[in-house]
Structures are given as structure tokens and as C-alpha cells.
Design a protein around this ligand. Structure first.
Ligand code: HEM
Length: 383
């Protein structure tokens, strides 16, 4: 048996076959560790991650670069600049509550069957294509887009998310800008059409948005699609990995489809698709006894914090029916994910559809997988 080398650092850990023993060692070390090569402070304990997420001296973007240099001045950069995820202060406060309230008002009893119908209508496609396309198509459908527009919307979203990664090549960034223009245009047209059918997510967001006509609305609807895309693909993929590895889970699932919801919740804690996020120091602050200076950056390893024994007992155990499960995999505090409940619903619906189509998760072990290159998202790439 070959011995697996540990990841070289907290970024390599994201796509490592098993980063969790390394994360555990990191967590047992100092509250904040300086990685000079990455130029980052690293936080892995749950209490420190929460403290950082609640500290308003830290921001989601570097002060000198609100939009990444590689896309500044492009259509992708224009959309990026409006996203709640990428803003603090007034721009964040103006847009976040509307999204939050509209998403909270989504009735899971309606969203779940609607997502299931979107999945059923999808043609049979390679597994990876389904994992990325289905969640975006489902959210686009919930927003109020017509069925025939869903394939193009999901393809553009996949292109657009390239602008969120520092690993993207110039051609991928060009494609992201073309996709930003297309998505923004389609969403602005849908938002401009009157009347918006009641009951769709777009109507709820509009009703909650005071400043009609601002580019913030269409940009943040593009944001809903892009926030959904990779993270939910990762949650579906990591759930398939859990099923491939655990024959017992497969056996129990065979007789109880309703357990899929519990499965994806535990996967989101145990092997989360968003492994880390970053914060940038805007003014001097002290966290866990360490002075953080303006301009410095911190990597918050959410995947390590999820397995902090202070957050969940027996954290390394995959416990399907874990009572009082706590996760930081959807963030925490002001920037916490407003799509958590929807993401869990979509992942369960997507898995159910894949399994109903006859996907043999036991055979995934033979096929094997690695992970899509990423600095923060853990998304299996099945062979
Ligand atoms: C498994 C799927 C998902 C995961 C793991 C996930 C995770 C996260 C995390 C960790 C954050 C916080 C980032 C930070 O503070 O730095 C976040 C923010 C956000 N997520 Fe999700 N997310 C998922 C799906 C979704 C979905 C389906 C939607 C909406 C349809 C959504 C919308 C958002 C938005 C708008 C933000 C920005 C919130 C803010 O900055 O205030 N996410 N998500």
C-alpha cells in the first residue's frame, strides 16, 4: 500500500485525497499560523474562525483591489464589483437582506419537487456535467426562467465562475466576461418584463429590493447562480464519494430515500465543498493574541473548523443522524450563506435523480476520482 504524502500547505489541502489528518494537526497547533510562502495567516479552530468572521476590521476583499486586477474594467469585473459576497459596508447592507429574505421565503415543499422536475427533464449526461449543470438550472427555474433557457444559463454560469478563481487562464477570463454580459442581459430582461409571475424567486427578490433599476439587482441574481454552481456541484460530488466509500450508507439509503437530506447535511460538515475562505485586514486588530496588520490576509479553513471537537463530538466520524450538528461550511456571521437550506435541498434532489437513473456509487470506487483544480472548492472529478 502506498503511503499518501500530506498536503504541502492549506491550499494544496483543498484538492488532496485526504487532507483531514493534516487539518487536525494544524488545529492542534497555534491559533493562527503564518505561512510565509503563501503570504497568509492560517486559522483552523472553530472559535478562531468565528472570531475572524465576526471581526469588522477584516474585509472580504483587499482594500486596494476590490475587483481582481485580472478582470477589472471587464464585464465580468463589473458584475463582480456588485456582488454581496465581494462587498462589505453599505453595498453589502443594501443587497444582502433582500436576497436573504427572498431565499428564506422559498418553501422547501415547493422547491424540492420543482428541483426534482428540473433534474428529471435533463438529458443523460456525463456525471460531472450533471453535477455542475443541475443546481444552476434548478435555481434559474426557481428564479422564473423558462425551461428552454436553462441549458444556456447554466453554460454561461459555468463560464462566469472562472472569474472568481485566481487559477483561471486569460481565455477563460474572456469567456467569463462574455458570459457575464449574456447572463446580466437575460436577467435584466426577465426582471424588466412585467408582470413577474408571483411565487417565483425573482418576484420575491424584487419585492424586497428598494432600489429598482440599480445594476445591483441583476448582478446579484447572476451571483445567486454563480454561488450555487461550484459549491453545490461539490456537495453532490462529495456525497457520491461518501456513498462510494461506505457500503453501509448505500444499504440504508436503498430503503429510505428520505435519508438523503441527512446524508448531504453530514457531508456538508464532514467533507465540505467550500474548504476555506479569506479575509483581508483593513485596520490593525488582535485575534487570538496575534496582531494582524492592515494589508495582511487570513485563510479561514472552514473544513478544519467543521471537525473541531469543540464544535461537534467525534468529529472525524461520518454520523448520518448526528444530533445538533454544527457546521461552518456555509460561513458564519454577516456574510453567512443565505442559500444553505436551498443548497441542501438541491443536493438531495440531484442525488436522488442520479440514483434513480441507476448510478452505481459502488462502481465509483473502481473508476476513481481526483479533484478539480481550485484554491478553495473541493469538487470531485470522477474518471
Ligand atoms: C453546497 C452549496 C453551498 C455552499 C457550501 C456555500 C457556502 C458559502 C459560504 C462558505 C459562504 C460565505 C463566504 C464567506 O463568508 O467568505 C457563502 C456565501 C454566499 N452564498 Fe453560499 N454556498 C452554497 C450554495 C449557495 C446557494 C445555492 C446560494 C443561492 C442560491 C448561495 C448564495 C450565497 C450568497 C449570496 C453568499 C454571499 C453572502 C454574503 O456575502 O453576505 N450559496 N456560501
Amino acid at each position: 500500500m502506498t503511503c499518501l504524502a500530506p498536503p504541502a500547505d492549506a491550499i494544496a489541502a483543498v484538492t488532496h485525497p485526504n487532507p483531514y489528518p493534516w487539518y487536525a494537526a494544524l488545529r492542534r497547533g497555534p491559533a493562527l499560523v503564518r505561512d510565509e510562502r503563501l503570504g497568509l495567516w492560517i486559522a483552523s479552530r472553530a472559535d478562531v474562525v468565528r472570531e475572524l468572521l465576526g471581526n469588522d476590521a477584516l474585509r472580504v476583499r483587499p482594500a486596494a483591489e476590490p475587483v481582481p486586477r485580472a478582470i477589472a474594467g471587464t464585464p465580468a469585473g463589473e458584475v463582480f464589483g456588485w456582488l454581496v459576497r465581494m462587498n462589505d459596508g453599505p453595498a453589502h447592507a443594501a443587497a444582502k437582506p433582500a436576497l436573504q429574505r427572498a431565499l428564506a421565503a422559498l418553501d422547501p415543499a415547493r422547491a424540492q419537487p420543482a428541483a426534482a422536475r428540473v433534474a428529471e427533464a435533463m438529458p443523460h449526461a456525463p456525471l460531472a456535467d450533471f453535477c455542475f449543470a443541475f443546481p444552476v438550472r434548478a435555481v434559474a427555474h426557481l428564479l422564473g426562467f423558462a425551461d428552454e433557457t436553462l441549458p444556456a444559463l447554466s453554460a454561461w454560469t459555468r463560464d462566469f465562475v472562472a472569474c472568481l478563481s485566481p487559477l483561471s487562464t486569460p481565455p477563460a477570463l474572456d469567456a467569463a466576461s462574455r458570459a457575464a454580459t449574456a447572463l446580466f442581459g437575460r436577467i435584466a430582461t426577465l426582471a424588466g418584463a412585467a408582470p413577474t409571475p408571483q411565487g417565483v424567486l425573482l418576484a420575491a427578490v424584487r419585492a424586497e429590493t428598494p432600489e429598482a433599476g440599480s445594476p445591483a439587482l441583476p448582478a446579484n441574481l447572476v451571483g445567486l447562480l454563480s454561488q450555487t454552481c461550484e459549491a453545490t456541484a461539490g456537495l453532490i460530488g462529495n456525497s457520491l464519494v461518501a456513498l462510494a466509500r461506505e457500503p453501509d450508507l448505500r444499504r440504508r439509503l436503498a430503503s429510505r430515500w428520505d435519508l438523503l437530506a441527512a446524508l448531504v447535511e453530514e457531508v456538508a460538515r464532514h467533507d465540505p465543498p467550500v474548504q476555506n475562505t479569506r479575509r483581508f485586514v483593513a485596520r490593525t486588530t488582535v485575534v487570538a493574541g496575534t496582531v494582524l496588520a492592515p494589508g495582511e490576509a487570513v485563510l479561514l479553513v472552514l473544513a478544519a473548523a467543521n471537525r473541531d471537537p469543540a464544535l461537534n463530538p467525534a468529529p472525524a466520524t461520518f454520523e448520518w443522524m448526528r444530533p445538533h450538528r454544527q457546521t461552518l461550511g456555509f460561513g458564519w456571521g454577516l456574510h453567512a450563506c443565505p442559500g444553505q437550506a436551498l443548497a441542501l435541498t438541491l443536493a438531495a434532489a440531484g442525488l436522488r435523480s442520479l440514483l434513480a437513473r441507476g448510478l452505481r456509487t459502488d462502481l465509483l470506487l473502481e473508476r476513481g476520482w481526483d479533484y478539480h483544480p481550485s484554491v478553495n472548492a473541493r469538487i470531485p472529478r470522477f474518471r
